[in-house]
Design a protein around this ligand. Structure first.
Ligand SMILES: *[C@@H]1O[C@H](CO)[C@@H](O)[C@H](O)[C@H]1NC(C)=O
Ligand SMILES: *[C@@H]1O[C@H](CO)[C@@H](O)[C@H](O)[C@H]1NC(C)=O
Ligand SMILES: *[C@@H]1O[C@H](CO)[C@@H](O)[C@H](O)[C@H]1NC(C)=O
Ligand SMILES: *[C@@H]1O[C@H](CO)[C@@H](O)[C@H](O)[C@H]1NC(C)=O
Length: 346
């Protein structure tokens, strides 16, 4: 009896602590123009497969450790028993200072340019977002029974998802013929659509208003968003580069500001905000441009939510926000949350 009990305990302990069996995969390449772009995947996007019904594109963070995100999502699909119908695709943005240096036929991007759609250093004609477009287009061609596409990222990956999802001309339901949803987890900054930011009096009270004590809501109204930013004189770039549509560059300039403003509110987004992602650190952007939108990731997300709903006519059913309990700035915690699993398993 005792021996059986010990054996059962042993099995339980092994089941809990055994590491997830991780897929062995090698880097694959997709052609973009005359260049190659690397990605990890359990399926080659050049090979047709009619078992696949879901494509999950997962974008790495500032560490550009694509393989870790591939393995994380692979493990999640495996645990959910959905791996046989799921293609996990993890693009890998290289940068010129990488060691080893990317070969000349492989696309590379400035180390912070890839997350805002800037041009490749190989050629000024291929943008980082063009490579993402190419992966989605190839995925739709490879998987004829696809029913949903999820494009997800955490932190810098979440920023990429927000900017790419806002501006893409190819990654749209109407173009791909398959519903696309964008999931941005804990982005540090957002690309605003106009020059409105939290007005001075509300900005002074962000601590007490946002979130209000005991809740997860920022008590802001439409009149709390005013343009131009009250502190613009000392922060003239607050609406440029990756922070807004003031002076679009790269892919976003090629699409055009008006097109982005027109399409973004109709795109399907889920924003996941870690309840405990309230600290400075983890490479949080604390520039004046970023601080204009709030002081830490969770607060910036809650302010972005109000900005979208109150000033941009975004519907709360099209772009949904979830606070993820128990998670700080932790990709594993965020992607293993009930809110993300619901997206993976829908
Ligand atoms: C298609 O995908 C299924 C499930 O992932 C796999 O078992 C099968 O071998 C694939 N077929 C081809 C032709 O690659
Ligand atoms: C957003 O999702 C809804 C519901 O799934 C779908 O009907 C709609 O076409 C989607 N919109 C876009 C722009 O993809
Ligand atoms: C942004 O805010 C943080 C505190 O939340 C502060 O440490 C940092 O200096 C601020 N940045 C600027 C440019 O003032
Ligand atoms: C991140 O979250 C995972 C899953 O909740 C947890 O096991 C891990 O310890 C966390 N990492 C850190 C650094 O807190």
């Amino acid at each position: 009896m005792e021996r059986i009990r010990i054996a059962v305990w042993f099995l339980l302990v092994v089941a809990i602590y055994a590491p997830l069996v991780v897929a062995k995969t090698t880097e694959k390449y997709i052609a973009v123009g005359h260049y190659d772009f690397p990605y990890f995947s359990n399926h080659d996007l050049g090979t047709k497969n009619s078992s696949i019904t879901k494509l999950v594109l997962v974008i790495h963070g500032i560490g550009r450790n694509a393989i870790d995100y591939y393995n994380l999502l692979y493990g999640i699909a495996q645990t959910a028993n959905t791996l046989s119908k799921t293609a996990i695709v993890a693009p890998h943005f290289l940068c010129p200072s990488d060691n080893p240096k990317p070969p000349s036929h492989v696309l590379s991007f400035s180390c912070d340019g890839w997350l805002q759609g800037l041009a490749s250093v190989n050629t000024n004609k291929i943008y980082s977002f063009t490579a993402l477009d190419q992966l989605l287009t190839a995925g739709v061609a490879a998987f004829p029974h696809l029913t949903e596409i999820l494009v997800a990222g955490h932190s810098a990956g979440g920023q990429t998802v927000q900017r790419y999802g806002a501006s893409t001309t190819k990654g749209k339901t109407e173009v791909l013929g398959t519903p696309v949803k964008y999931v941005a987890a804990n982005p540090g900054t957002y690309m605003y659509l106009d020059n409105k930011r939290v007005a001075h009096p509300a900005h002074q009270h962000l601590k007490s208003l946002c979130p209000a004590p005991g809740g997860n809501e920022c008590h802001l109204t439409a009149s709390d968003f005013v343009g131009p930013y009250w502190n613009a004189d000392s922060c003239p770039g607050y609406n440029d580069g990756k922070y807004g549509l003031g002076k679009p560059e790269g892919y976003i300039a090629s699409v055009g500001r008006d097109a982005v403003i027109h399409q973004f509110p109709k795109s399907n987004f889920t924003y996941l905000l870690g309840d405990l992602d309230t600290q400075l650190g983890n490479a949080l952007d604390v520039s004046c441009e970023a601080n204009a939108t709030g002081y830490y990731r969770k607060q910036r997300g809650l302010i972005w939510e109000k900005y979208l709903y109150l000033t941009q006519k975004v519907s709360p059913t099209t772009q949904v926000f979830h606070i993820v309990p128990g998670c700080g700035h932790n990709d594993t915690c965020m992607f293993q949350s009930a809110a993300f699993l619901a997206e993976m398993n829908s």
